[in-house]
Write a protein that binds this ligand. Sequence first.
Ligand code: ZN
Length: 66
Amino acid sequence: MRCYNINLKFKEILCSDCKMVLARYSTKYFTDLNINLLVRLHFSTHIKKGHSMEIRLVETEGWDTK
Ligand SMILES: [Zn+2]
């Protein structure tokens, strides 16, 4: 087993009204459509309260094993 240093890309879900990061989804496993569905499913309470959600792309260093 070998380790590779890779660049991980995440879509970070933020609520600007609560000023917190709600979730992070790897773009490797989730498409934009999937993320939109998940956000609506899991964070509907924020949406119902009229909070504005932001989706931000973040890149971090990480390790991948192959
Ligand atoms: Zn909120």
